[in-house]
Design a protein around this ligand. Structure first.
Ligand SMILES: Cc1ncc(COP(=O)(O)O)c(C=O)c1O
Length: 464
């Protein structure tokens, strides 16, 4: 669905979407949507990592991102275990700070960065440079030089210009840089659907179908300062259909074989990217990493077998599937409005103290979320609610459709699960709202990972 430019008030007035069921008990948690340690305590409030969210709100304010460290680490390990002979890079763009870079490294993962800024955080966190993969479709010369000098383990190349840039920067330093070539395989995949096209009209990678990918392989193989590790593709995000990955992997293997047949190049690796979907609502049914890896491995193996080659070492780069479910956002309710929809129906607008500045995904992609009343249990009957932010946009929606107890009121806390990926990392200061802090909880202990911004922070760049 496209969001109307004028905002959500014009975009689909009516009842609840078909997938949303009226809950028998609006206090009940759909546990698979929540970080592993979340439960509703006997007092009725949510408990995360053994801590009552009301206390966390008192100590750290709202909105606040609450991250379950064990959940994040467990998801890292699940991917690492799922690919025993392969490699896993955490896609830092999902959510990067010193702590998450360290957690991913400690759990054995490499880090995928795609800007000088992400690289700086990774290096400051002490991530081994050899475990960093440098992505991005427009790496500047300065970024390339910095990454080379830091000893970054691999570059994922995205254009002819970049092959030349990295080739000469490495040659000038007497280095040989390990690289992968990012291939645009013509598989367009988003959420539950994918399209396998002959072309994909997008900025990333070298096109497979028009021969640019094969030409890039040839160019890299003849550049003395570059060493080609293998081919790479990343086909989209929040993907549920394993067939999308399979088609992509098979197409990649065909180019991998062509590199051997035409150039005698035995490429040791194959990078299958990230994009593994997570559950934001009860409609989403993601696969476990072990299952995904088994399917991907089987697709690559069968393609390799039929082409008579050894199976290369596989790597994946999950971002959302690690960071997303580990975190929920806690908001305080400020206003509640009942808006008549016609035909006797009403929608309850629940205004919270954040919004599109801390989670732009609903406004940007019409993403769906769920939520629950977090500070207490309620006996009130559920009402169809829309949780909205405090920004000057009618499209400033946090949770488009959810059933909340009908007595939800100012001062209540609302928690939204699945906000660990692409929320803090896409946060803004729209309306001069300070960005929330990120707090980690683990076994009854709390730790501030990223402090909340203050009004002084908002003024820090203004020149008097
Ligand atoms: C090259 C690459 N790898 C991995 C990812 C991570 O995707 P996700 O967070 O959906 O797993 C992205 C996301 O944009 C990407 O561009």
């Amino acid at each position: 669905m496209r969001v109307h430019e004028a905002g959500a008030i014009h975009a689909g007035v009516g009842a609840a979407p078909g997938w949303l069921r009226v809950p028998a008990d609006p206090n009940a948690l759909e546990t698979h949507l929540w970080p592993g340690s979340v439960r509703r305590g006997d007092h009725g409030a949510l408990v995360l990592g053994g801590l009552d969210v009301r206390d966390l709100a008192r100590q750290h304010g709202t909105p606040v991102y609450l991250c379950d460290e064990d959940d994040f680490r467990t998801r890292c390990r699940a991917f690492a275990d799922a690919l025993p002979g392969g490699d896993v890079y955490y896609a830092a763009k999902a959510f990067l700070c010193l702590a998450t870079a360290r957690w991913a490294s400690e759990e054995g993962l490499g880090l995928d960065v795609c800007t000088g800024g992400e690289l700086a955080v990774a290096l400051r966190a002490g991530v081994a440079p050899t475990r960093i993969a440098f992505h991005g479709n427009n790496k500047s010369v300065a970024e390339i030089v910095r990454a080379l000098e830091a000893g970054v383990g691999r570059f994922v190349l995205d254009s002819e210009l970049e092959i030349a840039r990295l080739g000469s920067a490495a040659a000038a330093r007497g280095l040989r840089a390990d690289v992968m070539v990012r291939v645009n395989v013509g598989v367009e995949a988003h959420t539950h659907e994918y399209i396998a096209t002959a072309h994909e009209d997008q900025k990333f990678g070298f096109s497979l179908v028009d021969g640019h990918a094969a030409a890039a392989v040839a160019d890299v193989l003849t550049a003395p300062s570059l060493r080609l590790l293998g081919l790479h593709s990343h086909i989209g995000s929040q993907i549920f259909d394993p067939a999308a990955f399979e088609v992509s992997a098979r197409r990649l293997v065909q180019l991998h074989v062509a590199a051997r047949d035409e150039h005698g190049a035995e490429l040791p690796e194959l990078g299958l990217g990230g994009g593994f979907g997570i559950a934001y609502t009860t409609r989403d049914d993601p696969q476990a990493p072990a299952h995904l890896a088994a399917e991907l491995g089987a697709a690559v193996s069968s393609e390799c077998r039929s082409l008579g080659i050894d199976v290369p070492q596989l790597s994946v780069e999950p971002g959302r599937a690690i960071a997303g479910p580990s975190t929920c956002t806690l908001y305080e309710v400020g206003t509640v409005k009942r808006v008549p929809l016609g035909g006797g129906a009403t929608r309850t607008y629940v205004g919270v103290d954040g919004g599109m500045s801390d989670n732009i995904r609903a406004a940007l992609y019409a993403a769906d979320y769920s939520c629950t009343l977090a500070s207490r249990r309620s006996q009130a009957a559920p009402v169809l609610a829309r949780v909205v932010g405090k920004h000057c946009e009618s499209g400033d929606v946090v949770v488009r459709d959810e059933y909340l107890p009908g007595d939800v009121t100012a001062g209540d806390l609302i928690a939204v699960p699945g906000t660990g990926a692409y929320c803090r990392s896409l946060a803004s200061n729209y309306n001069h709202v300070p960005r929330p802090g990120v707090v980690a909880v683990r076994a009854g202990r709390v730790r501030l990972l990223v402090r909340p911004e203050t009004e002084d922070d908002l003024l820090r760049l203004d020149v008097e």
